[in-house]
Design a protein around this ligand. Structure first.
Ligand SMILES: CC(C)(COP(=O)(O)OP(=O)(O)OC[C@H]1O[C@@H](n2cnc3c(N)ncnc32)[C@H](O)[C@@H]1OP(=O)(O)O)[C@@H](O)C(=O)NCCC(=O)NCCS
Length: 167
């Protein structure tokens, strides 16, 4: 019987294993939406943002026993929105709804925090994944990282609509 997947809150000491899994997830992306150079820039981005998320209590790990299958978190936005950050699923666990479950848990937390809108600066290669979860594209922007700029797409979803979708 496959081991049940459970979500746990990440701790700052989880940084090395999250970084390792995130890099493997990026390495598994086929060039297309991004060039090989853009993927390398993304892979080597500084870990500061992830460190902040791990310390915030709003970053979650999807575990199967001792195995880290995926991770994702969020932070409050500037207005009535929550911003989803750093969503990764290990290549060997992709396609098993680990990502959908992480996003669902984050959306529940945003609702509990009284936020009606979830927004994501989404990787171009993940656009279809978020569309399947009810998100719509707003606009493309370029993120400035050491090594160059890479494009991403702002996507958003009203959380009331997400709740109806899950029902
Ligand atoms: C994008 C990612 C998080 C998706 O995680 P996942 O666990 O494989 O996705 P799920 O199994 O929960 O998929 C949910 C739905 O989205 C679909 N989907 C997932 N990734 C997709 C993709 N790249 N293109 C099209 N559809 C996709 C699934 O088929 C599934 O559809 P269904 O509801 O019809 O069954 C994962 O592939 C990943 O880590 N990618 C590399 C890093 C990345 O791009 N992160 C996002 C940064 S914003």
């Amino acid at each position: 019987m496959p081991t049940a997947i459970r979500l746990i809150e990440a701790k700052p000491s989880d940084l090395p294993r999250v970084l390792e899994m995130a890099r493997r997830a990026i390495d598994a992306i086929r060039p297309g939406a991004y060039t090989a150079r853009e993927l390398a820039i993304w892979r080597e981005r500084p870990a500061g943002q992830l460190e902040e998320l791990l310390a915030s209590g709003r970053y979650h790990l999807a575990m199967a026993g001792p195995l880290l299958l995926g991770s994702a978190g969020w932070k409050p936005g500037k207005d009535v929105d929550g911003i989803v950050r750093a969503v990764f699923v290990a290549p060997e666990a992709q396609g098993r709804r680990v990502g959908a479950r992480l996003i669902g848990a984050i959306e529940d937390e945003m609702r509990e925090a009284g936020l009606p809108l979830s927004r994501i600066p989404a990787a171009l290669c993940a656009r279809r994944f978020y569309e399947k979860l009810g998100y719509a594209c707003e606009r493309v922007e370029y993120g400035e990282l050491p090594g160059g700029k890479i494009p991403f797409v702002w996507m958003s979803c009203m959380l009331g609509a997400a709740q109806r979708r899950a029902a």
